[in-house]
Design a protein around this ligand. Structure first.
Ligand SMILES: Cc1cc2nc3c(=O)[nH]c(=O)nc-3n(C[C@H](O)[C@H](O)[C@H](O)COP(=O)(O)OP(=O)(O)OC[C@H]3O[C@@H](n4cnc5c(N)ncnc54)[C@H](O)[C@@H]3O)c2cc1C
Length: 107
């Protein structure tokens, strides 16, 4: 099934295995950029994944908050930083904003 799941250049962690498998992450910090726009700092719970996860600018993830819902957001942090990941969210529609400590499933 390599052709289906290997959407990168064979070196992207999430693309190497099952791209439909979510990974558990935790919101560690929230920055209020403007009224209605927040940046969320998050990290994977799995230490190995924290070290090995790489992405390219413009890639997005599908974020699920258990029992609440799921929506896609772009990764807004720099691909060269490895201490945490970020996404920025504008308050529109019905998607609820997570709070600090929220557990996410990201794929
Ligand atoms: C690939 C992808 C990447 C995305 N990345 C981001 C991201 O990085 N940050 C982010 O805030 N949202 C992003 N979104 C939008 C986000 O996933 C939700 O669609 C959004 O939060 C609203 O969800 P909703 O279903 O409740 O409302 P919807 O019913 O989808 O939208 C309600 C109304 O708001 C408009 N709208 C939706 N999102 C935005 C937005 N961000 N800015 C202005 N108008 C909008 C819609 O066109 C519609 O008119 C992305 C969507 C996709 C498909």
């Amino acid at each position: 099934m390599k052709g289906v799941t290997d959407i990168g250049h064979g070196r992207r962690f999430l693309a190497r295995g099952n791209v439909y498998l979510p990974h558990i992450a935790v919101i560690e910090r929230i920055i209020e950029e403007t009224p209605g726009v927040r940046t969320f700092h998050f990290n994977f719970k799995d230490e190995k994944l924290r070290k090995e996860f790489t992405f390219e600018s413009g890639q997005f993830g599908e974020y699920s908050v258990f029992g609440i819902g799921e929506a896609p957001f772009c990764i807004s942090s720099s691909p060269t930083r490895s201490d945490h990941l970020e996404f920025a969210m504008q308050r529109v529609g019905k998607v609820p904003m997570p709070c600090t400590g929220s557990v996410l499933a990201l794929r």
